[in-house]
Design a protein around this ligand. Structure first.
Ligand SMILES: *Cc1c(COP(=O)(O)O)cnc(C)c1O
Length: 370
């Protein structure tokens, strides 16, 4: 029998979250961002839920090819563009839209062997200082791109450094000033800007993390009331119980000492499964539907929980590490990171299944209304 840990993916939640993003940025078209294998959820698993998106954005070529092979006919955007001429050939063969952030990429595209011009998104570095042309040279780059016969439509894009804590106007103002009078569709907004900065919505938005129900800030409380649903549930079971007397300690490093008699549950989940080792005593966790806390250090294959609030729990009790009842961001915040990282880092050894029941119910509902 395999260890009782598993991760369940909820395509219905992704479908719902995409709707929420669309409502939030109504009027804009949506690039659904599925880089890093759909933030760890699996592109194939969430693909059926993305039918309502206008395009799919990612950065690995093999992911782009997989999306085409799944039957996607709408645009696919390569967020980091091409790295060599073989990439250009793949982009041509699969009709990919490529982002262009420097002249090397323009040269590669100019040398493309294609009858059909390649659509691009010309990227401005408006202050993030990662990829893109600086505002003062952006117009000249656009002129070069426009003069390149192998290049088709030119969208204009930039990326915000801190859409999650409020200040985007400085970048937006730079972008608007430097693109004034340049034709082309604009694409600026990540999840945070989709939720909180209508001024940045423009023609296309690029939500990623909110499609999976996680918070752009990494804090679950910031998306309370928006109605996003968790697209991933990491669950396991209690495989051991210890009853400890005062002054006894739990686990490696003896970091947690019991003050009063306490039942401790041992959960089959550790950092080798992708649970963060930095999650301290107090990190929320749900046992048999009741919220309790992690105590002591997370080890490779196991972690320990306080069973005081759930006296009926014992071996075999179900544990939700994260999902709808404990948000991935709550665990992340306790561990000093963000939900994005935890979702992407679930280990290969954890078996995955898909919540097909909810998907089937959705289809049944659709066929009734159709
Ligand atoms: C990852 C990424 C996004 C999506 O960001 P979220 O914060 O997950 O919404 C959008 N645009 C670019 C260029 C990205 O790299």
């Amino acid at each position: 029998m395999p260890r009782p840990i598993s991760v369940r993916i909820h395509p219905e939640a992704v479908r719902h979250n995409l709707q929420t993003a669309k409502q939030s940025a109504s009027g804009a078209r949506v690039w659904a961002v599925v880089k890093a294998n759909a933030y760890g959820h699996g592109i194939e698993r969430v693909y059926p839920a993305l039918a309502g998106a206008d395009g799919i954005a990612l950065l690995d070529l093999d992911e782009a090819v997989r999306v085409r092979e799944l039957g996607w006919t709408k645009p696919i955007l390569l967020l980091e563009g091409v790295f060599d001429s073989a990439d250009v050939a793949t982009a041509v063969a699969h009709r990919l839209t490529v982002s262009v952030h420097d002249d090397e990429q323009l040269v590669l595209l100019a040398a493309a062997r294609t009858q059909q011009p390649i659509d691009i998104q010309l990227k401005m570095n408006s202050g993030m200082n990662r990829l893109g042309y600086r505002p003062d040279v952006f117009r000249a780059a656009w002129e070069r791109a426009r003069a390149t016969p192998t290049i088709g439509s030119i969208g204009l894009m930039t990326h915000f450094a801190n859409a999650d804590d409020g200040a985007i106007d400085w970048q937006l103002d730079r972008f608007d000033a430097a693109t004034h009078g340049i034709p082309g569709e604009r694409s600026l907004s990540n999840s945070a800007a989709v939720l909180w900065h209508p001024r940045a919505h423009r023609d296309w938005v690029r939500p990623g993390t909110i499609l999976y129900g996680a918070s752009p800030t990494g804090a679950a409380r910031h998306i309370e009331g928006i109605g996003l649903r968790a697209a991933m549930t990491l669950s396991s079971r209690i495989i051991g119980v210890q009853t400890l007397a005062p002054q006894e300690t739990v686990g490696y490093g003896r970091t947690y000492e019991v003050e009063r008699p306490m039942r401790i549950g041992v959960v089959a989940c550790g950092y080798a499964d992708g649970y963060p080792r930095h999650a301290p005593t107090g990190t929320p966790i749900v046992v048999d539907g009741i919220r309790t806390r992690v105590v002591g250090r997370v080890s490779m294959d196991m972690l320990t929980v306080d069973l005081t609030p759930c006296p009926n729990a014992g071996i075999g009790s179900t544990v939700e590490l994260w999902g709808e009842n404990v948000k991935v961001d709550e665990v992340a915040e306790a561990a000093g990171t963000i939900g994005y990282e935890l979702m992407c880092a679930v280990a290969r050894r954890v078996p995955v299944d898909i919540d097909t029941l909810a998907a089937a119910q959705h289809e049944a509902a659709e066929s009734v209304t159709a």
